[in-house]
Design a protein around this ligand. Structure first.
Ligand code: OAD
Length: 261
């Protein structure tokens, strides 16, 4: 489908964006697909090639921190070579243009943040909420220390070269949420507040199967928001959507957002 053939839903959604007081944008790995960042599920997905249990759980890190760090170090380097795409830029533009827009992302790739920097704003942005942490933050496994860490590459060649906590000397780990771990409390609370307040919810590039993140758009709909889904494939949220756009996010989102009055 070309943008031209969906003119009516496009126009209707543009009007809804212009009229809404409170817009929640929930994103997942698909928003970064056009930047070259692999998604988790579906063809070529990360979880098709590797097992979650070996890489993204606290138990995996306890058993084999070197293998876990090897995987995260590779992802940090690969994503460091990627750049924000047109969907990240369109979302950043809407976020910065209006004070009633909140972006809730499951992504740990930092590409929303980089689009905001490219648009000339500083980080952290108070209305960009990271539900699953960041690949570019380090956290201590035993004390509360955590710090942004994007500069030096991680050397996973031996356990001795792995990063350590400067506060207590214990092992440092990637600052992402692993399976079986709770989400950061403040992030989840702020996301729920934004969901309850939103009149419109745009869901972009998520399979919507990982909870509690997948419940955030549901909370918005239950509180009265209308939902627009941007995803080439159906998801469990599709039946809740007023608008469904099956194109790649980087094609359709800018087309919609940049033209909003
Ligand atoms: P998934 O890999 O589960 O889903 C990606 C979604 O993006 C799929 O529904 C695709 O159809 C869609 N998609 C692909 N290309 C797209 C494009 N160009 N434009 C729009 N959509 C596109 O990723 P998430 O839903 O983000 O958790 O996964 C949720 C969580 O599962 C992740 O945050 C991660 C993972 O395990 C943790 O790391 C805790």
């Amino acid at each position: 489908m070309t943008p031209g053939s969906v003119d009516d839903p496009v126009r209707a959604l543009r009007e809804a964006i212009a009229a809404a007081r409170g817009i929640l944008i929930v994103t997942g790995a698909g928003v970064s697909a056009e930047s070259g960042v692999p998604t988790f599920r579906g063809e070529g997905g990360l979880w098709k090639r590797r097992r979650v249990e070996d890489l993204a759980t606290p138990g995996a890190f306890r058993r084999d921190p070197r293998t876990v760090w090897e995987w995260y170090a590779e992802r940090r380097e690969a994503i460091g070579r990627c750049t924000p795409n047109a969907a990240h830029r369109a979302i950043a533009a809407l976020l910065l243009r209006r004070s009633d827009v909140t972006v809730v992302t499951q992504n740990v790739d930092g590409l929303h943040d980089r689009a905001i920097i490219e648009a000339g704003e500083e980080l952290p942005h108070p209305r960009l909420i990271h539900l699953h942490g960041s690949l570019f933050t380090l956290r201590c496994v035993s004390c509360p220390w955590q710090e942004p860490h994007s500069a030096a590459p991680i050397d996973p060649s031996s356990e001795v070269s792995l990063p350590r906590c400067p506060a207590c000397g214990a092992m440092a780990r990637p600052g992402v949420v692993w399976f079986g771990e709770p989400l950061p409390e403040a992030a989840l609370r702020e996301a729920s507040i934004a969901a309850t307040a939103a009149e419109l919810c745009l869901v972009v590039g998520t399979s919507a199967v990982v909870y509690p993140a997948a419940s955030i758009p549901q909370v918005a709909v239950e509180a009265g928001a209308r939902l627009a889904e941007f995803n080439p494939s159906p998801t469990p949220l599709t039946p809740l959507a007023t608008w469904i756009f099956r194109q790649a996010a980087g094609k359709i989102l800018p087309y919609i957002i940049h033209e909003v009055e």
